[in-house]
Design a protein around this ligand. Structure first.
Ligand SMILES: CC(=O)SCCNC(=O)CCNC(=O)[C@H](O)C(C)(C)COP(=O)(O)OP(=O)(O)OC[C@H]1O[C@@H](n2cnc3c(N)ncnc32)[C@H](O)[C@@H]1OP(=O)(O)O
Ligand SMILES: O=CC(=O)O
Ligand SMILES: [Mg+2]
Length: 719
């Protein structure tokens, strides 16, 4: 059902949602909103389409260039890229001037959590993941080994519990060093004359660096929680001798509560399957509930009914005796979709679906205006800012388009100029190579540049598809172009004045179950100069937060050395030797096919936009549209260059479909792909992604996924 509003045709459910929910108390009338929206669509759609056409024209030229050249000459190639406008002439030096940036962005380095907005249970969990139990994160992850009787099991294992406490207290000794003794020996914590005093059994000690104590809850002599700050991040020692864990502890410590997900990206993009107006309304309604504080979700967990809602702020007594309040929730950003897709939720005056990025910009900003006006139960941005993450832009013209669009949205919604901030995903090759210019176009509203290395890898493969077969997927992570891209992002961000004003972010830890490995490796992103980095879950946020206590990122950024990274970034990861055995080729194909189908089947049949899918070695990998872009494009590339044959790919897909079916055997809602492959919409989607992969714009997966999901939905409603 749809409604004619002016010259627009608007899906009825979206129209009702906007009029009856999103516009309420927004200070805008429905009449004016729809009239302005129509005009905005009219003014911006053509430019959006032209930018997409430019992408296609450039790709066509790149393809021809590689096809016509016998050998690849790097210097010649760079000149050609300049000629076709792929490499831009660099703007003069400048600094970003973004104002009204919340401290979480400007001055609090810390983890950034990403969560699919469509999943209310997870989204609420993510918003609340500002604070996380260190004991729970350790107990439930592989950071604590299961050796010597420390298995997780079904009920509380005190042997494991002891290891957790030992780990946490060793950490406390590092960040909260006592004048003598160890936190392991403490018998009592109290606050005396505004300072920490610990009883070590006969001896007393205090903090080596006294200014780290900044508050407490309860009675100073017998606190329930003591709050500390280190490197701008907070944590609490929580004390309750009556608690089952506190009861076992000499000082009654029941937990260490760590400030964890400082910011969270509420994602409308790659972790979400939203293909029609119904889905978009679900997405927007959850975002509204997060902005006005009304979102709740009731579900069964461990035999109990749980109702999850947003956590309140946290109140403490400061050493001065005054009340100190800290945010109880993560600062929420909203990731809009990119410029590529259109949405049938609204048809323009010609009956054409409008650009989905425009729809997201208008509706997510309208909803966030509730927070700007202070209409919600809680405040997200104390600065009255709206944080939109914009993915998958190619080059500075596309950033300029976003900036102009946001100006117009601000005018339309009655927001102050630059109230809408932008986080630019540095995840397409044309953006990485022209990053300084991209930042320049958004210099008054930019609040992050983030290396989305997953999309970036997909774009690397697609852009140079014609040059030759690419190196194996796992080798991409250590290749020279990728290192140069990561370094360039930090260097350019620092030079353009991001330090202590905006985020220089790094990418996702995509192995949600391998937390020990994360603890060993993810601090590398901070050492490279990032002041935030992506994590897939609240547990990962709590653990990754410890890295920011170890490393003072602001200081790291001060010492960043700058180089010229362009030439290295332009080194294309083709494998010139191709010294692969038949077995290696098959393993690579199996791995890509399994990851791809494991993700696609849940996307297409069940509308799940992000899943953990076991890889060939049974390691659970976070899969989303960006990882799908890599695996599908990799197969397409090897197929195109004859490393694998069409029959081999098809046989592999069929074999892997059975493996994936087996992995999902426990799911009553699962629809197997084998043996009726021709009738499995998901399997057909997988085939399209590789066999039609060369024609997909920039190698993106969304056009095929959307079409196939719509088909699966239609089939399901017929059944
Ligand atoms: C390239 C890119 O664009 S990366 C960014 C896009 N990707 C993402 O956003 C991925 C985000 N992460 C996720 O979606 C999930 O963590 C997945 C799909 C990877 C794993 O999900 P699951 O297999 O269901 O996780 P698992 O069973 O281990 O844990 C579930 C619990 O963790 C919580 N959880 C897991 N991930 C998240 C998250 N991102 N935010 C909040 N809570 C989360 C769930 O709420 C649940 O707890 P609950 O029972 O108390 O509600
Ligand atoms: O969006 C993130 C990415 O890696 O792609
Ligand atoms: Mg991405």
């Amino acid at each position: 059902m749809s409604k004619k509003i002016g010259n627009l045709t608007v899906d009825a459910s979206l129209y009702e949602f906007i009029n009856q929910e999103a516009l309420v108390d927004s200070g805008l009338t429905a009449e004016q909103f729809w009239a302005d929206f129509e005009q905005l669509i009219h003014d911006f759609s053509g430019r959006n389409a032209a930018l997409l056409q430019k992408r296609e024209d450039i790709q066509e030229k790149l393809d021809q260039w590689h096809k016509n050249k016998q050998t690849h000459d790097a210097t010649e190639y760079q000149s050609f890229l300049h000629e076709i406008g792929y490499l831009e002439t660099e703007v003069d030096d400048f600094k970003i001037t973004t104002e009204h940036v919340d401290p979480e962005v400007a001055r609090q380095p810390g983890p950034q959590l990403v969560v699919p907005v469509k999943n209310a249970r997870y989204a609420l969990n993510a918003a609340n993941a500002r604070w996380g139990s260190l004991y729970d994160a350790l107990y439930g992850s592989d950071v604590i080994s299961e050796e010597n009787g420390a298995e997780q099991g079904d009920s509380y294992n005190p042997v494991r519990g002891e290891k957790v406490v030992a780990y946490a207290k060793t950490w406390l000794d590092d960040v909260l060093t006592l004048t003598e003794g160890s936190h392991k020996e403490v018998k009592q914590y109290k606050v005396v004359a505004g300072a920490l005093q610990v009883d070590l059994g006969g001896k007393t000690a205090s903090l080596h660096f006294g200014d780290k104590l900044i508050g407490y809850q309860g009675d100073a002599e017998k606190p329930e929680a003591i709050l500390f700050e280190n490197n701008g991040l907070h944590f609490e020692i929580q004390i309750d001798p009556g608690h089952p864990i506190g009861h076992r502890d000499a000082a009654g410590v029941k937990d260490v509560l760590v400030e964890s997900a400082i910011t969270t990206i509420i994602d409308c993009e790659d972790s979400v399957a939203a293909v029609d107006a119904e889905d978009k309304v679900d997405v927007y309604r959850n975002w509204l509930g997060l902005m006005n504080g009304t979102l709740t979700k009731t579900f069964e967990k461990e035999g109990k009914t749980v109702t999850r809602k947003l956590n309140p702020d946290r109140a403490y007594t400061a050493p001065s005796g005054e009340t100190l309040t800290l945010h109880g929730r993560s600062l929420m950003f909203i990731r809009n979709v990119g410029h590529l897709m259109t949405s049938e939720a609204i048809l323009d005056q010609n009956g054409q679906p409008i650009p989905e990025g425009i729809l997201d910009a208008v509706v997510t900003s309208l909803i966030a205006k509730q927070d700007v006006l202070g209409n919600g139960k809680y405040r997200n941005s104390a600065e009255g800012s709206i944080y939109i993450v914009k993915p998958k832009m190619h080059g500075s013209e596309e950033v300029a388009f976003t900036n102009d669009l946001f100006n117009r949205v601000e005018d339309m919604l009655g927001l102050q100029r630059h109230a809408i901030k932008v986080g630019v995903m540095d995840e397409e090759r044309r953006t990485s190579l022209n990053l300084k210019n991209c930042i320049y176009e958004a210099r008054e509203r930019i609040i992050f540049i983030n290396t989305g290395f997953l999309d970036r890898t997909g774009d690397e493969i697609h852009t140079s598809m014609e040059l030759g077969p690419m190196i194996r997927k796992n080798e991409m992570k250590t290749s020279r172009w990728l290192q140069a891209y990561e370094d360039a992002n930090v260097s350019i961000g620092v030079k353009q004045g991001f330090r202590d004003r905006a985020q220089i972010g790094k990418g996702m830890w995509a192995m949600p179950n391998l937390m020990k490995a994360m603890m060993e490796q993810k601090d590398g992103q901070l050492k490279a100069g990032a002041n935030t980095a992506w994590v897939p879950s609240p547990t990962a946020a709590t653990l990754h937060a410890l890295h920011y206590h170890d490393i003072n990122v602001s200081r790291v950024q001060e010492e960043i050395t700058h180089g010229n990274y362009r030439a290295k970034m332009l080194e294309i990861p083709v494998d010139h030797v191709q010294n692969w055995s038949e077995e290696e080729i098959q393993v690579e194909l199996d791995n890509n096919a399994q990851g791809m189908l494991g993700y696609v089947v849940r996307w297409v049949e069940q509308g799940v936009g992000s899943s953990t899918v076991p890889d060939i070695n049974d390691v659970g990998l976070m899969e989303d549209r960006a990882t799908l872009r890599i695996s599908s494009q990799h197969i397409t590339n090897w197929l195109h260059h004859g490393i694998v044959s069409e029959q081999q790919v098809l046989d592999t897909l069929k074999r892997m479909a059975k493996v994936v079916d087996g992995q999902n055997a426990g799911d009553p809602d699962y629809r197997p792909m084998a043996p009726d492959y021709d009738n499995s919409v998901a399997f057909q989607a997988g085939c399209d992604l590789v066999f039609k992969g060369k024609e997909q714009p920039s190698g993106y997966t969304e056009p095929i996924l959307h079409r196939r999901r719509q088909e699966a939905k239609a089939k399901q409603s017929d059944r």
